[in-house]
Design a protein around this ligand. Structure first.
Ligand SMILES: NC(=O)c1ccc[n+]([C@@H]2O[C@H](COP(=O)([O-])OP(=O)(O)OC[C@H]3O[C@@H](n4cnc5c(N)ncnc54)[C@H](OP(=O)(O)O)[C@@H]3O)[C@@H](O)[C@H]2O)c1
Length: 251
């Protein structure tokens, strides 16, 4: 796959997304649109830690507002002169939100982790297919493979996004568009601040390396970060429930 020169990032203030942009700048990425819900926070962050990318445009975008998706694609396509890569890094963990969640807080988690990004990617995929090439990278999670009692709202939403992305990859096969599904385990980022790292915890930079590697592929890929989580979760997802509950604990 030809290296991307331009990228649209959904969830532009994500630690993993920004680490990925640093990584992809080395490979020739030189124009990005960062779609973020808190533009000022992202501007402040980039002032102190700038991206090594020639043109950076920040656009206000909230995954909870589906009317913003089409305008975002239009704005990004114009600003970038064509979108080569879309990185979907929106997410909200809501750790501990479980049986005590309200329907309103559950809806917010489902929308920010599943329906918001999936509806945005629906518009984006149409744009890329019409253009005839491009890559979509979707940050899923191993939580999509087997939710825990502490995170089943997040995990079930991620399972929806993961299934959406896999189906989308098949739907666009042969169109010139690839969809890579990235399933990290625990990543030390602002999403997990204050939480005890899980076994095989990794970093935004390691996820960025895995994404950069996937982007060299000619086929849509499913990538676990670190890799060992692929075979491990193949086993864990069929582990009997009482044992799984003990392994997962309150983590
Ligand atoms: N960290 C982990 O352990 C881990 C593991 C597996 C998968 N992932 C996935 O990797 C992706 C990136 O996560 P990260 O670790 O980089 O965490 P992060 O830094 O917290 O990034 C998540 C981003 O999503 C944004 N966001 C949340 N709700 C939004 C909404 N309604 N509209 C627009 N943006 C919204 C956040 O905005 P604000 O900056 O304004 O909060 C934040 O920038 C997420 O999809 C996450 O689910 C993370």
């Amino acid at each position: 796959m030809t290296a991307a020169r331009t990228a649209l990032v959904l969830g532009g203030n994500s630690d993993i997304a920004l680490a990925t942009l640093h990584r992809l700048a080395d490979a020739g990425l030189d124009r990005v649109v960062l779609a973020a819900r808190d533009v000022e926070a992202l501007e402040r962050r980039l002032e102190t830690n700038p991206l090594p990318i020639a043109e950076v445009t920040i656009v206000a975008w909230d995954a909870l507002d589906p009317t913003g998706h089409v305008p975002l694609v239009e704005t990004a396509a114009e600003a970038l002169g064509g979108i080569d890569l879309v990185l979907c890094a929106v997410g909200s963990l809501g750790h501990g939100a479980g049986i005590a969640a309200t329907s309103a807080s559950a809806a917010s988690l489902f929308e920010s982790n599943f329906s918001g990004p999936a509806t945005a990617l629906t518009d984006i995929a149409q744009y890329l297919v019409e253009r005839g090439f491009g890559s979509i990278v979707v940050l899923s999670s191993v939580a999509a493979l087997r939710p825990r009692r502490s995170n089943y709202l997040y995990g079930s939403a991620k399972a929806g996004l993961d299934a959406f992305a896999l189906g989308l990859a098949d739907a666009v096969a042969g169109s010139g568009v690839l969809v890579h599904v990235i399933r990290p385990g625990f990543v030390t980022s602002k999403m997990t601040t204050g939480l005890r790292p899980a076994p095989f915890a990794t970093t935004p930079e390691a996820v960025a390396d895995a994404i950069a590697d996937a982007l060299t592929s000619e086929k849509s890929r499913i990538v676990h970060v670190p890799r060992v989580l692929g075979p491990l979760f193949a086993l864990l997802r069929i582990t009997p429930r009482p044992i799984w509950r003990r392994i997962a604990g309150d983590r």
